[in-house]
Design a protein around this ligand. Structure first.
Ligand code: MN
Length: 312
């Protein structure tokens, strides 16, 4: 039996709410497989405790040590650490996840997606093509040689893991020059990998990784039948709204707004389940009394109870 697992990733504690909601989301769609969370060295133990208490399997990964091991210099390591990138490549190095579905923290799963594990991966990587709107936002371009790294189906493969970091090392000079055209992201390395023949990236149906803004038009244009995984790429994230830190954001269409609300309501449901589920009895308190601490530091109080007439 192949061991299957979902994997997500955080570089620090900032987005831990999203990991908790993702785990809850997977149970709500009745997924049979566990959620692993790659946690970099900057994730605090208290956050790790919270994740573990919700049944999430934490995989600690020291990115700094890995970058030192591949001979990155101090400035390069600082550059990478400041961008919070490239830690997710550890997904290929978790033996417990012989086959895995990697999910960014900023996704919403609308239906059970365990069937993805039925795809024969054969050391391939399955991803959804990157999409880009044209200038006036009336056309969306699906880009053949760029892939979004928010949802990835693949398998445990030490060779790919080593190759990803090797490619990062070989390309770090290109990444660190101040080029406004170059969008530094994890997917940059995946795209280089794609150009190497042995590791071609195969296409996954767009329904598995779609921005909430695009759902309405993608269904109308028969690009997808229905969405399975919504990916809240860019800003704001649904939890920015929970934190009331998404100033001036306007939803571009009602379908988009619906998915943000769905995420938020799921988090609310999780809170309700954890803290507000039990029915509470009536208060047991019958009366209020005046009292003082005496010289022996013992509390003495009067038998007569206070009522509104005695309060002044
Ligand atoms: Mn994302």
């Amino acid at each position: 039996m192949v061991r299957n697992g979902y994997i997500t990733y955080i570089s620090n504690g900032r987005d831990y709410k999203a990991v908790l909601n993702l785990a809850f989301n997977l149970t709500k769609v009745r997924s049979k497989f566990p959620l692993y969370c790659i946690c970099l060295e900057d994730v605090s133990e208290s956050i790790i405790d919270v994740l573990q208490s919700r049944g999430i399997k934490v995989v600690k990964f020291n990115l700094r040590s890995k970058l030192e091991e591949i001979n990155m210099n101090t400035e390069q390591i600082k550059f990478i650490k400041d961008k919070h990138l490239f830690g997710k490549f550890a997904m290929f190095n978790i033996p417990e996840c012989e086959k895995f579905v990697y999910l960014d923290t900023d996704v919403l799963i609308l239906q059970n997606i365990d069937h993805l594990f039925g795809i024969n991966t054969k050391s391939n990587i399955f991803m959804v093509p990157d999409m880009q709107a044209d200038r006036d936002y009336s056309k969306v371009i699906l880009i053949k040689n760029k892939f979004n790294s928010g949802v990835i189906l693949s398998n445990y493969n030490k060779n790919i893991y080593a190759t990803m970091y090797q490619l990062l090392f070989e390309n770090i000079d290109k990444l660190t020059i101040d080029d406004k055209e170059l969008f530094v992201s994890d997917q940059y390395i995946f795209e280089i990998l794609h150009r190497i023949k042995n590791f071609s990236i195969k296409q996954l149906d767009i329904a598995y990784n779609i921005h909430p803004i695009l759902v309405e038009s993608a269904v109308n244009n028969k690009i997808i039948k229905e969405p399975l995984i919504i990916h809240f790429m860019m800003k704001p994230k649904p939890w920015d709204i929970i934190n009331l830190r998404a100033e001036e954001y306007k939803f571009e269409n009602s379908k988009c707004k619906e998915y943000f609300l769905l995420w938020i309501n799921m988090y609310y449901e999780l809170m309700t389940l954890l803290y507000f589920k039990d029915t509470s009895d009536k208060s047991n308190i019958k009366s209020y009394h005046w009292g003082v601490y005496n010289n022996e530091n013992k509390l003495e109080y009067e038998n007569n109870c206070i009522n509104t007439e005695h309060l002044d």
